[in-house]
Design a protein around this ligand. Structure first.
Ligand SMILES: [Zn+2]
Length: 241
């Protein structure tokens, strides 16, 4: 039985590493997904800024048209000023000219404000575009790095799988089956040492009978709580004997 425990422990060392590497293989592309998500969010922000910029640019155009309409209206009124016959008409027209000029002056102030808003919107858009470009560069580097890491991971996994294949024939099929079932249910950890009479997996204190059986090693001994296979680490437990 001791030889079997030894084989299972060797298998566990490989399977534990395989579990860790296969997990990494699954998680690494997810990190990339998050980075891609961040780029997409930043791109959306830049697009929103661009839309705001276009809106204020349109407002600017409209106000310029309005201003030139007011200005030509003022000119038209000024030309008409010489054709009026009475003083009353003259002063009424002068008042109208003043109103038109005042309207134009307000519009000019508005336009200056809109130009200011445009400048700020442009800056904001450019800053966001710069962030997008920077994130895209970083993403490319990250993608290259992850793809290289994945290649290494796959090679490491293949090498461990080969090692595993060489170990498997030493374990009886039924025992292997039990071991593999626990391995799958217990996050890649099926074989655990007894540590001061407690399970090395779930830390549950084991009854004396289980501890003795684990020391004798003439059959597979499971933890009553997590079902992992227990083994007595001879060096660590030498004092207990
Ligand atoms: Zn346990």
């Amino acid at each position: 039985m001791s030889a079997l425990i030894e084989s299972l422990r060797k298998l566990q060392a490989i399977d534990g590493e395989l579990y860790r590497l296969r997990n990494e293989l699954k998680l690494k592309p997810l990190i990339l997904e998050e980075a891609r998500q961040r780029v997409a969010e930043q791109q959306a922000k830049a697009q929103a800024s661009d839309a705001r910029l276009k809106t204020v640019q349109l407002q600017h155009k409209e106000k310029e048209i309005e201003l030139s309409t007011k200005e030509s209206n003022t000119k038209k009124l000024q030309a008409q000023l010489f054709q009026v016959k009475t003083n009353k008409e003259y002063s009424a027209m002068q008042q109208e000219i003043e109103r038109s000029k005042a309207d134009a002056s307000l519009l000019e102030e508005d336009i200056l404000k809109v130009i200011d808003v445009i400048e700020r919107a442009k800056q904001e858009y450019q800053q966001q575009q710069a962030v997008v470009a920077k994130q895209q560069d970083a993403l490319k580097i990250e993608e290259a790095r992850v793809s290289k890491d994945l290649e290494i991971l796959k090679a490491d996994i293949a090498a461990l799988e080969d090692k595993r294949k060489a170990l498997v024939p030493a374990v009886a099929p039924q025992t292997l089956n039990t071991y593999e079932r626990i391995l799958a249910n217990r996050d890649g950890l099926a074989m655990v040492p007894l540590i001061e009479n407690s399970c090395g997996g779930c830390h549950m204190v084991q009854p004396p009978q289980v501890v003795n059986e684990a020391l004798i090693q003439d059959k597979l001994v499971m933890c009553g709580s997590c079902s992992r296979i227990l083994y007595a680490d001879e060096v660590a437990d030498a004092g207990a004997l």
